[in-house]
Design a protein around this ligand. Sequence first.
Ligand code: TYM
Length: 342
Amino acid sequence: MRVVSGIQPTGNLHLGNYLGAIRNWVKMQDDIAASGEEGSECLFFLADLHAISMPHDPAELKAGTLEMVAALVACGIDPDKSVLFNQAQVPAHAELQWLLTGTARMGWLNRMTQFKDKSGKNREGASLALFSYPVLQAADVLLYQATHVPVGDDQKQHLELARDIAQKFNNDFCEDDAPVFTLPEPYIPPQAARIMSLRDGSAKMSKSDPSEMSRINLSDDADTIMKKVKKAKSDADALPSEAGGLEGRPEALNLVTIYAAITGKSVEAVLGQFGGEGFGKFKPALGEVLVETLSPISARFRELKEDRESLDAILARGAAKARERGARTLDNTYKALGLVRG
Ligand code: TYM
């Protein structure tokens, strides 16, 4: 089992990343370590090369990259158990992307909803990197022969594209019994809820939302978390006692989903407990469970982010391992394409 996943180091780690992805990375890492299975491994990386696809401030990207390492370690990613690195120190990601752009089809990329969302009305002014981004994402996982890619629901389409690229490349350039690439499985655990904005139950919680009140950051202190939950958009009705009663109430559904995800309960169980209560009672309870789970993480994060030397060392060690893990596949890709390298 080869687990590979990434996160963009832009801005703070927020509750959506944590409940949708990172918490699950930690679980997969610990399960693999406990199984002692030979050859099984997790690789987690900061997708810094992806971060330049949108207008960005270089100083912020640099600071954000180091902060994100601190945040991941604070959440439980252990650099002794997992390979933790950033793409910029492993040139094979960019190389493999180029090699795969010969296989990826324009029509496939045209269908990517994230490009449509992020470019908005200004398609002509979007960067080429934003358009070709999913090919880099395919390279990220194919380079390491990933079998499982834990992601939130919003990344599923990109992962399907990675499978299409791998399949076409294997068909076009490889013998049937010697494919260069493994087809990766998107792994979206059932409890990996899609967490929505606290201000709008129909938009996902995101670091690109201009409103700080729309998300809970893992670095928020207890007061900030309580305030954001208190101000979160909700409605005037009491909570229903069954999940069907949340239909047409996206904000209520989101808050209940967050409560369920953070406590590991089902939505039904949460409604069993709070059905009939209004938000005046539910919100403080939600704030409390959030603070309880997040405060040890944010305390560790604040400590780690000051230790620049350790953060640099973690990334350097991870990158050396990643370069080694990806070397053979990169080489095989050049060879399969007929590119002469001496
Ligand atoms: P990114 O940085 O936007 O998000 C990192 C992970 O967090 C999940 N996520 C969410 N899950 C639930 N609710 C939300 N509101 C929410 N917001 C984010 C994402 O699904 C993701 O799993 N393109 C990727 C990074 C990437 C990558 C890869 C991932 C680059 N290469 C290769 C997997 C494999 C991205 O921008 O994620």
